[in-house]
Design a protein around this ligand. Structure first.
Ligand code: GLV
Ligand code: MN
Ligand code: MN
Length: 423
């Protein structure tokens, strides 16, 4: 059965969502010409929110920003003030990222609301579309501060984190028009929210390998972010004999190999990444005084993740100690694994069945705002196939046909949620 709000021929359903992601893939929606880098609370973020405000308004929503710089469009249900189905994802990107990781879920949400609006349909619940600003954590050391604020789960200490230029989240948020002193106002009450739905590219190769356009996410992996500093002694690169150095560089290299070995030997989807490494002070002719590097460790369960983190940290201390160096390790963020809601997963599967799509269930190794929103309300996630499973890379690609199918699946999901709520 087709969704009640199925679209007319003049509405490029889903296709326009993809085109809008492409439109925001360039300056001024990117901080850097020739690539997409859109970090939290930058002018590129502001430019994207201004464009999204227009699109949300055109789709029939009233639009506001909250204290945490979340952009929220609201389409009232049959009774104004009803609980909301929140559809959302993030508008920020990694450095030199792809165009669909995050924005596609927002644009699909706008399309879905526009379809309801055009059909004159008012479900018994409101539908809100949210653009979170900080899923990637590509500016400040931790991530998901916007969805945490909305879920009422933001530790105020997160506002003191600083970016590479020494600007704190609180300072940047104030300059952006947010309100760090009243960040608690961004928290939604559980009784205001019916559910959260996030559509997102899969960022992996499973759907493509199986010839499937869409998948239903079962759970999102647990993750930890840590910063490590191996401290030695800076010295002259030409005059200090090899045996008399306190060089943290080779120790850091051993640490990366230890992380790789431990994670390769792991189970439960254990993965570990050193994505950033900095030698200090950083010069050709200076033995570094310290090396700093990030660690991102994930697994299907917190227990597996934590066992790996403990083993890696023990090795790092041992490696540094054996070389007469010191290691400091700071936990920047811990997110527990987050299961999706079984009843909403069932509705998504029914929506896929309406579109003759097999009900493929799969876990997410990537982090998503949905894992934080799960603190607030039941969550569901719809994965959309992406080319070659490539993501966090400008080569990220999706097809128009898959985007159209995803939008239809979301409308069918709303139909089914409506039926459930009326029952
Ligand atoms: C976000 O893309 C993450 O998984 O870190
Ligand atoms: Mn991402
Ligand atoms: Mn994402």
């Amino acid at each position: 059965m087709e969704a009640k709000a199925d679209v007319s021929a003049d509405f490029d359903f889903g296709v326009r969502a993809k085109a809008r992601c492409d439109a925001l893939g360039v300056s001024p929606y990117s901080e850097v010409e020739g690539q997409l880098t859109r970090r939290f609370l930058t002018p590129a973020h502001e430019a994207a929110l201004e464009m999204l405000t227009r699109w949300m308004t055109d789709a029939g929503m009233s639009v506001r920003r909250d204290a945490a710089a979340n952009l929220i469009g609201r389409y009232e249900g049959a009774l104004p003030g009803a609980k909301a189905l929140i559809i959302g994802s993030h508008i920020d990107s990694v450095r030199n990222g792809g165009r669909y990781d995050g924005p596609l879920g927002i644009m699909l949400g706008i399309d879905v609301v526009e379809a309801l609006h055009r059909a004159g349909r008012r479900p018994p619940f409101a539908v809100e579309v949210v653009a979170f600003g900080d899923e990637e954590g590509s500016r400040f050391p931790a991530s998901m501060s916007c969805s945490r604020a909305m879920a009422g789960a933001l530790d105020p200490a997160a506002l003191e984190m600083k970016d590479a230029d020494g600007v704190s989240v609180a300072e940047a948020l104030t300059a952006f028009g947010g309100d760090p002193a009243n960040i608690a106002l961004a928290a939604r009450k559980p009784e205001e929210v019916l559910a959260f739905l996030e559509a997102h590219i899969e960022q992996g190769p499973v759907l493509e390998a199986e010839g499937l356009a869409l998948g239903v996410v079962t759970a999102i992996a647990a993750q930890k972010r840590l910063m490590v500093k191996i401290i030695g002694a800076a010295g002259h690169a030409g005059t200090t004999p090899m045996g008399l150095r306190k060089d943290p560089g080779p120790a850091a290299a051993e640490c990366v190999l230890a992380l790789e070995r431990i994670c390769r030997a792991g189970t439960d989807g254990l993965v570990g990444t050193v994505g950033r490494m900095t030698a200090l002070p950083g010069a050709f002719n200076v033995i570094p005084g310290a090396i700093e590097f990030s660690m991102d460790i994930r697994a299907e369960t917190s227990a597996t993740r934590d066992a790996a983190v403990d083993a890696i940290c023990a090795e790092i201390h041992a490696i540094a100690g054996a070389r007469g160096l010191k290691a400091e390790i700071h936990l920047m963020q811990a997110l527990a694994e987050s299961p999706c809601d079984p009843s909403l997963m069932g509705l998504l599967e029914e929506a896929l069945a309406d579109l003759s799509q097999p009900p493929r269930r799969l876990p997410s190794g990537a982090g998503h705002d949905a894992m934080v929103m799960a603190d607030l309300c039941p969550v569901a996630m719809l994965f959309v196939r992406c080319e070659g499973g490539i993501s966090h890379n400008p080569a990220e690609a999706v097809t128009e046909a898959d985007c159209a199918l995803a939008a239809k699946a979301m409308l069918h999901f709303i139909d089914k949620l409506e039926r459930r709520e009326r029952a």
